[in-house]
Design a protein around this ligand. Structure first.
Ligand SMILES: C[S@@+](CC[C@H](N)C(=O)[O-])C[C@H]1O[C@@H](n2cnc3c(N)ncnc32)[C@H](O)[C@@H]1O
Length: 402
């Protein structure tokens, strides 16, 4: 049999066994294995890495099989380049594998500034998401959003996992954006639409202290925020109006309900859900003059980060129209969202965007979009020009001008 035939069969079989990888990865995260390996490697002077026996000795277990089980798990992760792996022979002739932190696994550690993909992994492996995934078939046949079909109510603990996951993932991306993207230079003001706890604006303003930040979010989010230097917290509904600014940021534009996690199951959440589903939702466009007016001279820009991928096309156009009204002639919307390639791409970035698209389909009923689709939404909202400025960790930065 040819090598090609063998590989094709192995590819098919690996689909059948594809659950092994997420199972092992999630378990390694739960056992804190990446952190343990990192610490052991540092103790070792950063050279050799850690053996399964050394790793399992740091787990709270008496199981004599633990080292062997850890070894088999880490071997699989190393096969996917999630860890480095080498073989060493001790003086006594014992041959063993040693595992180290590689360029990929460093994202699963928690940096001092809180940046990490670890929490996103906990979020995606949460039972609430597992249950939602099992509703995908019903959603295809019957319509609806799988997450909503699977959950009449949301576990309150899921909310804090969600918020932590968003924030720690966002730090990694924003740090890199601030290193490479120059579009914040020269702005007097920046509106972060759906800015959540304001940490994105805080990082931007740390680098550009002359920018006046406006953190715009739903009332239940804004009401819990403490004042922050250089940032004005404004509450409102972006589908009704957006405060005026030099630029508007739409970044990781998040979920209808998971972000407003604290309101899940509450009366407010019910009201919001009813409003969201009502026919007046999309047609409502009340400009909050009392909010916008006072900012008119200070603000010319508004920013939108991964905001769009949670919403359908009509909702995105409504939001972009509100951004248009909030901007001066020279203003821009900055969209930070993954860009879907037109044709399938087999590299990791292409696979990631396709996987994120399914995550959005299952959990929010949102979608990832191509550049062409973003351009069409912007045009429908009145903008004349959309430019892909750069791509950072699979997230594209799009500048949208009037
Ligand atoms: C993923 S979270 C925060 C995203 C944040 N931009 C970031 O990058 O980390 C999305 C935010 O959008 C807010 N949001 C959802 N619907 C909104 C609406 N209609 N008007 C204003 N903010 C909204 C949520 O409350 C939430 O804080």
């Amino acid at each position: 049999m040819s090598t090609e035939e063998n590989e094709i069969f192995a590819h098919a079989m690996s689909m059948v066994n594809c659950f092994s990888l997420p199972t092992v990865f999630t378990t390694a995260m739960e056992l804190n294995v990446f952190k343990i390996i990192n610490e052991l490697s540092k103790d070792d002077g950063g050279g050799g890495g850690a053996s399964p026996l050394e790793i399992s000795s740091r787990l709270q277990t008496e199981n004599p099989e633990a080292a062997s089980m850890v070894d088999r798990m880490l071997h699989l992760l190393a096969n996917y380049s999630l860890l480095t792996c080498s073989v060493r022979t001790s003086e006594g002739g014992l041959v063993e594998r040693v595992y180290g932190i590689g360029p990929v696994s460093k994202f699963f550690l928690t940096e001092q500034d809180g940046g990490s993909l670890a929490y996103l992994s906990f979020l995606n492996s949460h039972a609430a998401h597992a249950k939602a995934r099992s509703s995908l078939k019903d959603a295809v046949l019957e319509g609806g959003v799988p997450f909503e079909k699977a959950h009449a109510d949301i576990d309150p603990r899921f909310s804090s996992i969600f918020n932590k996951a968003m924030a720690s993932h966002s730090i990694i991306i924003l740090k890199k954006i601030l290193e490479t993207y120059k579009g914040f230079e020269g702005l007097n003001s920046l509106v972060d639409v759906g800015g959540g706890d304001g940490s994105t604006l805080n990082m931007i303003i740390n680098k550009y202290p002359s920018i006046r930040g406006i953190n715009y979010d739903l009332p239940h989010v804004i009401q819990h925020l403490l004042p922050s230097l250089g940032i004005e917290n404004i509450e409102g509904n972006m589908f009704e109006a957006v405060p005026k600014g030099d630029a508007v940021l739409l970044k990781f534009f998040s979920s209808k309900k998971r972000c407003g996690a604290s309101m899940a199951g509450s009366e407010l959440f019910q009201k919001w859900s009813n409003f969201r589903d009502s026919p007046t939702f999309l047609s409502t466009s009340v400009l909050y003059e009392e909010i916008c007016g006072s900012w008119a001279t200070l603000l010319k820009l508004i920013e939108l980060q991964s905001i769009c991928h949670n919403w359908n096309d009509e909702q995105c156009v409504t939001l972009l129209k509100n951004c248009y009204k909030a901007l001066p002639e020279t203003g821009k919307v900055i969209i930070i969202d993954p860009l879907m390639p037109e044709a399938a791409e087999t590299n990791f970035t292409g696979k990631l965007v396709a996987e994120l698209d399914i995550t959005m389909l299952i959990s929010l009923g949102g979608r990832e979009r191509t550049e062409r689709e973003f351009a069409a939404l912007s045009k429908a909202a009145g903008f004349s020009c959309l430019k892909v400025v750069s791509c950072v960790y699979a997230h594209s930065i799009l500048d949208v001008h009037k």
